[in-house]
Structure formats: structure tokens, C-alpha cells
Write a protein that binds this ligand. Structure first.
Ligand code: TXA
Ligand code: MG
Length: 339
């Protein structure tokens, strides 16, 4: 009989015994949250449809939203995706391991549940050494969505996972704070021209430098082809108001609300205009020096903190729309849109 309803989630260290334990648990059908360089993933053996079903259940994720399958080495790709695909090979060569997810035709071995019945599969080789060691030792591809309840903020620290899903999963491997802080870039390479379905940790310009022009899905499209495009995703509990860079309003910020600035310079400009907001307004800066990588890494941490602090509402400004700024603005926009 297998595995359900383990009474208590166990926290594992990212050392050899922890990696071994996590790998055995995954191979045996249990759910293990693992650190990656982007965000924490909720891992299950991708070939075990029952374990995958439990991922959907604990995340309360709708069945139409397919999962990303993670592999440790390039040899794992042929198990889940059909080849040849010259574009995918060039991209994998250039960017794996790393924050790039490729959409490819799937092999029949991948359970339909993983791909929500689509004939394509999302595949990624994460760069985090602990993630790769666990997947390699498990000996199976690992289906892993971000380890958060559906629609809520993604976790960038083990404690975020413990707080959000700790009572429903088996293990969390604590790999500390994630490096990139926003999810991978999802790129569809099944067509003639690559199409970014979700901007993420790998900037568009980096991809274009290798394969030429790529298209970007219109984010406000009414018929999303990647459910990551759904509005009201990555959202905090408090309602988030998103404004243009430098356009945080002077008047409407009330007591008990949170303010998210891109940089120290933008906060200084705001303060010069408005004066102090008073002690009951919680201020956060994504990157004091205005660095987009740092802002991406801080984004979910800051939003989790404001939610934990119980702020009544959040006001955030957009960041410059270049490099990782595209992914940051995408997440802020989705967090701000209520359906
Ligand atoms: O960085 C990441 O990508 C993290 C870490 C854990 O690897 N994972 C992650 O997974 O963000 P998730 O499930 O939260 O997001 C997966 C995205 C969703 O937007 C989903 O709709 C899309 O990938 N996706 C998965 N399979 C797809 C497919 N066959 N076609 C189109 N989109 C797909
Ligand atoms: Mg997610």
C-alpha cells in the first residue's frame, strides 16, 4: 500500500543524506519540494500518475494547467520528448542547465495528467546542483510546478513552502534562498518561430542572440495557450495596485498599506514629493541600486513578507521593461489582476 497521508512533513538538508532521502522518496511516489535556481518546485515522479495527481490535489491546481518535467541530464530528454528538433537542440546546448523551459512534442511515456492531455510537454534542466543531484539519484524525470497553492505567490525560500504546503506534502529540501527568484522562461519550439509563452529567468534577448527573433505572447490575450498567462496568478492575498515606474500616488496610500519601490532612487523621489508616509505604511525596495537581477530575486520575498505582515493593500511600481524586468513586470501585472 502506498504512501498517502504522511502525518508530518520533514525538512531535509541539501547534503548527501538529504539528497538520498529526497531521491528515494520521489522514486517511491512521494511529494518532495526541491530548490531550483528559479523558485522551489513541488516534485513528483513524472512517470507516476498517482503521485502527479496528488500534486494537482495539494496545489488545488486545475487539471487544464500542465506541469514542467525536470531532467538532470540531456539523456533524460529523449524519455519525455520526441526528436529531432534542431531549434531545441541549439537552445538546450546554449542554456541548459538553466531557467529555460522548452515546449516539445511528448513521448507516450509521459502520463496525460502531466501535460493536461496536450500532445506537447514542458521540459527543463534546472541549474541548481541540489535539484540536479536529486533528480539524477531518483532516476526518473521529475514533474514539478512551483511549490505554492494555485494562483498564489511562488516560493523562493524553504520556509515559504513550509508555510503554504507544509501540512500536505512529504518532504521539503532546504536549499536556502533561490538565486533568480522568478520562474523559468517558457518557450514553445514546436512551431517555425519560437514563441515565449511566459517571460522568466532567461531574458528574451539572450534567446534571440542564439536563435534570432522570437515572438512573445500578448499577455492580455483572452485565450491563453499557457495557463501561466492567466491573469490573477502569482497573487498575494492583499490586493495589489500596479502603477508605472515613478508613478506611486501621493494621496491614495492609506494606513496599513504596503509600498513596493523598484530602487532607493525611486523611493527618494517619492519621499521628496510626498514626505514620510508615517509608521503605518510598510515600505519595501526591490533593489536599492536599481539592479533588475536583484529585483527579480527579491520580488516574491517582498510580496510574501507584506502578506505575512497583513497589509491591507499593496502599491507597486513597474520596473524597467528590459532583461529580467520583463518577468518582474509580468508577475506584478498578474498579481494585480483580479478575475
Ligand atoms: O522555474 C520554473 O519554471 C518553476 C521551477 C520549479 O522549475 N516551475 C514552474 O512551474 O514555474 P509551474 O507549473 O508553476 O509553471 C509551468 C508553466 C505554466 O504556465 C504552464 O501552463 C506551462 O508552464 N506549461 C506546462 N506545460 C505546457 C505545455 N505543454 N504547453 C504550454 N505551456 C505549458
Ligand atoms: Mg506556478
Amino acid at each position: 500500500m502506498r504512501r498517502y497521508n504522511r502525518p508530518i512533513m520533514e525538512l531535509l538538508q541539501p547534503d548527501a543524506p538529504g539528497i538520498d532521502r529526497a531521491a528515494r522518496a520521489l522514486a517511491g511516489g512521494l511529494l518532495v519540494a526541491i530548490p531550483t535556481e528559479t523558485v522551489y518546485g513541488l516534485g513528483a515522479n513524472a512517470f507516476d500518475a498517482v503521485a502527479v495527481a496528488r500534486v494537482f490535489e495539494v496545489k488545488r491546481r486545475p487539471g487544464f494547467d500542465p506541469l514542467i518535467v525536470h531532467i538532470a541530464d540531456i539523456s533524460g530528454l529523449a524519455l519525455v520528448a520526441s526528436f529531432p528538433n534542431a531549434l531545441a537542440e541549439r537552445l538546450a546546448e546554449a542554456f541548459w542547465p538553466g531557467p529555460l523551459t522548452l515546449i516539445l512534442p511528448r513521448t507516450p511515456r509521459v502520463p496525460a495528467l502531466v501535460t493536461s492531455g496536450l500532445d506537447t510537454v514542458a521540459v527543463r534542466m534546472p541549474a541548481h546542483p541540489v535539484a540536479r543531484a536529486i533528480i539524477r539519484a531518483a532516476g526518473v524525470p521529475v514533474a514539478a510546478p512551483s511549490a505554492n497553492p494555485f494562483g498564489y505567490l511562488s516560493p523562493t525560500r524553504a520556509e515559504h513552502v513550509v508555510r503554504m504546503l507544509g501540512d500536505a506534502i512529504d518532504f521539503v529540501v532546504d536549499g536556502g534562498a533561490t538565486d533568480i527568484g522568478v520562474e523559468s522562461t517558457v518557450l514553445d519550439v514546436t512551431g517555425e518561430r519560437p514563441l515565449i509563452l511566459r517571460p522568466g529567468g532567461l531574458p528574451r534577448a539572450a534567446i534571440e542572440a542564439v536563435v534570432g527573433p522570437v515572438d512573445l505572447v500578448d499577455r492580455v490575450s483572452e485565450t491563453p495557450t499557457s495557463p501561466g498567462q492567466l491573469a490573477s496568478h502569482y497573487a498575494p492575498r492583499a490586493s495589489l495596485h500596479l502603477v508605472a515606474e515613478g508613478a506611486l500616488p501621493d494621496a491614495s496610500i492609506g494606513e496599513g498599506e504596503g509600498l513596493v519601490f523598484f530602487s532607493e532612487a525611486s523611493r527618494a523621489a517619492y519621499r521628496a514629493r510626498r514626505g514620510s508616509c508615517g509608521p503605518r505604511v510598510t515600505e519595501r525596495i526591490l533593489s536599492p541600486g536599481g539592479d533588475l537581477r536583484e529585483a527579480a530575486a527579491a520580488l516574491f520575498v517582498v510580496l510574501h513578507e507584506l502578506d505575512e505582515a497583513g497589509v491591507a493593500g499593496i502599491w507597486a511600481e513597474r520596473v524597467p521593461a528590459e532583461g529580467l524586468g520583463l518577468a518582474v513586470n509580468d508577475r506584478l501585472w498578474k498579481a494585480s489582476t483580479k478575475q
